[in-house]
Design a protein around this ligand. Sequence first.
Ligand code: OGA
Ligand code: MN
Length: 271
Amino acid sequence: MEYSSITVTPLTPGIGGVISGVDLTQPLSNAQVDDLHKALDDRLVIFFRDQQIDHEDHKRFANYFGGIHIAPSTKPWQVPGHPEVTKMHADGDSKFVAGEDWHTDMSCDEAPPLGSVLYLHTIPPVGGDTIFANMYDAYEALSDRMKAYLEGMTAIHDSRQAFGDITPDGMELPRSSHPVIRTHPSTGRKSLYVNRGFTTKLEGVSRAESDAVLAFLFDHLQHPIYQCRFAWQPHSIAFWDNRCSQHVATWDYFPQVRSGYRIQILGDRPF
Ligand code: OGA
Ligand code: MN
């Protein structure tokens, strides 16, 4: 992939790219924005180092990729005066952290976010990595027989599965049906779209068959060959494409502090 205005250093052959040559405290040029779109399509998740951004910088960056998605479920963690921004924080009092199971963000919504921009300013001395996985590659590695079986099938994604134990008062608990194989609106590529965090049932088959096939798919898509692992530093940013990747938080740093902010970008209904 050729870029005119940025440098992209792959993290693994299949997924992840560290971007250099941009300053996210300043508006970007059209060439940079075009190159970042290309880098996201090619790498699925892109990373930035040493970007000391404020909430306005964070929003400006997210808006280069779409409108901002304000999930009702994030309300308890919204930053006062900036409802678009969710505080992401863990310390010695935390009972859970976001994303401890493999997931795509809010696949329980009819139109899940296109992607998320996570900025961390405080990180533990060691640990707290985020792992990302390439769902195009997970799809392509399936046998032709399995691809044919899954083609046209839909699955239920239920927020009760993800948030059932930690539902703050008044939080909505959406549930949606989405294709098991989805097509990316920009790259045109097919990817596997079921995740352990939200997907509860393949539709049109028995419970036993659904449980068995989902167990196979969840195991399959967690193979390390599809993954990259990002080691945060203070003021790093990760921006993932939520339509063709999954991720998981590594909460191995309790009771240390890890803290920052996240913005989600509006997405379309998966097809
Ligand atoms: C998220 C998420 C993982 C992490 O913000 O959606 O899953 O490592 N975060 O914080
Ligand atoms: Mn997440």
